[in-house]
Design a protein around this ligand. Structure first.
Ligand SMILES: [Fe+2]
Ligand SMILES: [Fe+2]
Length: 236
């Protein structure tokens, strides 16, 4: 990567160098829903020093050189979709019921002394409803349509742009809403830090929510910045 190009969109940077995710997350830079923004702009909005951020990124690149290729840029849409459904959608189908149950349980036991748990339960319930319907739309409508375009060999800029204008715009705005719900959960839980006296379930809940956030960031990144970008470029 050419780190002199500070105008590179964050999503593109991560698509080329997935191992920079940890560094960007550590700096609080949003590479998934905010992946269209240039690096310099994202750094400025966060009030960070560009030179210091570049130094951190260069260090991360040097320490992991060649350790992790940019796998999804080189794979087909159907391979990427297969990975997204197995890995990220599979994770959500296991974790959403488990975390909803834990949220309810911790609220019932500790809610009277911790009012934020009621808000957390409400945000989690809304998040789960929205995401379950979102996954169904991707798996039943959008992803099969992308696979069909690829199988037909629809060439660059030969399509009508129907997928990009309709379902993809809709999925992207739902990703923004999911990102906002996750940010609200982070705020309500004080960055997923349980109180000193928290029981095992409370701790397990906050740890699970943090893992949910991490997986959703990678999931949205792979859709917005790699898969959907490719559909747009192909004019499908
Ligand atoms: Fe998805
Ligand atoms: Fe999605």
């Amino acid at each position: 990567m050419n780190l002199h190009d500070t105008e590179i969109p964050l999503g593109r940077l991560v698509a080329e160098h997935p191992h920079l995710i940890r560094t960007l997350e550590g700096l609080g830079l949003d590479y998934c829903c905010g992946g269209q923004r240039p690096l310099s702009q994202a750094v400025a909005e966060k009030g960070l020093d560009l030179e210091e951020v570049l130094a951190s990124l260069k260090q991360a690149l040097a320490s992991t050189q060649d350790a992790c290729a940019a796998p999804w840029l080189e794979k087909s849409c159907s391979e990427l979709i297969d990975h997204i459904v197995r890995s990220h959608h599979g994770f959500l189908r296991t974790e959403l019921p488990r975390l909803s149950g834990l949220t309810q349980k911790v609220f019932e036991v500790h809610g009277s002394g911790a009012p934020e748990l009621e808000d957390l339960r409400r945000v989690m319930a809304g998040f789960r409803d929205e995401i379950e319907s979102h996954l169904a739309k991707e798996e039943q409508i959008l992803f099969p349509a992308i696979v069909a375009c690829e199988a037909r060999g629809a060439g660059m800029s030969q399509g009508s742009g129907v997928l990009a204008q309709g379902p993809i715009s809709c999925m992207e705005s739902e990703h923004d809403e999911a990102g906002a719900a996750l940010a609200e959960m982070r705020r309500l839980t004080g960055d997923f830090s349980p109180p000193e006296a928290a029981c095992g379930s409370w701790r397990a809940l906050y740890q699970g929510l943090e893992e949910l956030e991490q997986d959703m960031h990678r999931h949205i990144h792979e859709e917005n910045n790699i898969l959907f970008e490719r559909v747009r470029a192909a004019g499908w």
